[in-house]
Design a protein around this ligand. Structure first.
Ligand SMILES: Cc1cc2nc3c(=O)[nH]c(=O)nc-3n(C[C@H](O)[C@H](O)[C@H](O)COP(=O)(O)OP(=O)(O)OC[C@H]3O[C@@H](n4cnc5c(N)ncnc54)[C@H](O)[C@@H]3O)c2cc1C
Length: 381
């Protein structure tokens, strides 16, 4: 067993770290305050190849493995989780889904633009009545001659107003339940497609979350992904990989908070000594570092299994479940170590604490991850 990273992995991690420090750190507090999307920064991420990291170079991607992707996700998330969620959705939901299940025409038309960052993608599964219970799709896509007519509402869509192309899950054959669901590529400027107001969120406030409305949107038949009825499988398979990206996002939030807390504890003095010399603080740092290391191993294992074409459903769910808990625990302790300074914006840790929470909710809540893992353990599905 070799725990060393390759030279290429180290190079990618360092490039992401440099980018995060030089391009994302300036203005991150202001963007959070103003709920401002990191538009210029995302454009640069596209130019540097961070938005299509795992896509084959023949479609404009960087052709890298999942380990490279999670190393970069961790570094970007240490500084700005609002930018890393854009990266995560574009890479692991939209690009991965299209590359693996789209046909050649769809890849040429859409993936080539998404992988280079020329266009941005969104993944639209959740609805007002279909979150954890994703089978309860109320959005319909009814078949006509050479098109589907799309009607319904999607909720909580990341890149909701900034995306150009939307992967939309909808019910075509209601009587077939989840086997009647399809996935479609929808373009932003099509008639009948409306974008709701931006959500005012607790965390990842720079990211762009909206509800979407489809009123008789005509979707050409060639924009259906995969065979008829493949949509639910498409969503589940895509989310299984997406979770590894969110696990890495949680890991980055945790390690970013830990690094800030460690530094602060070495500088801040009380009772004549740096606070890291008080055992109560030193032990907090030990717990944080140990949990982060364990979360990193789970993320790496899931990424490695994906790169080996193994079944990564359980390892991805475990990585997300654990890393998101570590992100919560670590950021709360990082605020505590900062004392009063932890409670104000300038020291970054309060933002990281707010950002951490979403990693326990999206791409399957922690309870849903436990359902996925327990089914495999018990052997019920
Ligand atoms: C900022 C943000 C960005 C998002 N981005 C996207 C996106 O880009 N695309 C997209 O499609 N969706 C997105 N989502 C939606 C997200 O995936 C859902 O919010 C999430 O899956 C939970 O669904 P829900 O909100 O309907 O909660 P519910 O499903 O109503 O769950 C409520 C609570 O009940 C628990 N629960 C539900 N069922 C069970 C059960 N069987 N057993 C035990 N506990 C259960 C849940 O764990 C949760 O604690 C985003 C959400 C947010 C907040």
């Amino acid at each position: 067993m070799d725990f060393n990273l390759t030279e290429e992995h180290i190079m990618i991690r360092d490039a992401a770290r440099d980018f995060a420090r030089t391009e994302l750190l300036p203005g991150v507090i202001e963007r959070d305050n103003k709920q401002e999307f990191p538009k210029e920064q995302i454009k640069k991420m596209g130019e540097l190849g961070f938005l299509g990291m795992m896509v084959d170079p023949k479609y404009g991607g960087s052709g890298l493995d999942t380990i490279s992707y999670i190393l970069a996700m961790e570094e970007i998330s240490k500084i700005d989780a609002s930018a890393s969620v854009v990266m995560s959705v574009n890479n692991s939901l939209v690009c991965w889904g299209l590359e693996h299940f789209g046909n050649e025409e769809q890849k040429q038309k859409y993936l080539t633009k998404l992988a280079t960052g020329e266009s941005l993608g969104a993944f639209c599964l959740s609805e007002p009545e279909a979150g954890s219970d994703a089978t309860s799709q109320k959005t319909t896509a009814i078949e006509h001659d050479d098109y589907y007519l799309l009607n319904g509402t999607k909720n909580w869509i990341t890149n909701g107003s900034t995306a150009d192309f939307y992967l939309v899950i909808a019910q075509t054959h209601i009587e077939k339940e989840h086997k009647g669901i399809n996935a479609f590529i929808v373009e932003k400027n099509w008639d009948g497609f409306d974008i709701g107001p931006k959500e005012d969120k607790l965390g990842i406030r720079g990211s762009d979350t909206h509800s979407l409305q489809f009123n008789d949107v005509k979707v050409p038949k060639e924009n259906r992904i995969g065979p008829d009825g493949f949509g639910f499988k498409f969503a589940m398979k895509t989310l299984a990989g997406g979770r590894i990206g969110i696990a890495a996002q949680a890991l980055g939030i945790a390690s970013g908070a830990y690094e800030l807390a460690l530094k602060y504890s070495q500088e801040r003095k009380t009772f004549g000594t740096a606070i890291c010399n008080h055992q109560a603080i030193a032990f907090k740092l030990v717990d944080m570092a140990t949990q982060i290391e364990a979360a990193r191993h789970l993320c790496m294992k899931a990424a490695w299994e994906k790169d080996q074409n193994m079944d990564y459903t359980v390892s991805g769910a475990m990585a997300k479940l654990y890393a998101s808990q570590v992100a919560m625990d670590t950021t709360v302790e990082a605020v505590q170590i900062h004392g009063g300074n932890g409670f104000v914006k300038d020291y970054h840790v309060e933002r990281l604490m707010r950002d951490a929470k979403i990693t326990q909710i999206y791409e399957g809540t922690s309870e849903i991850q436990k359902i996925i893992i327990s089914r495999r353990l018990i052997g019920t599905k």
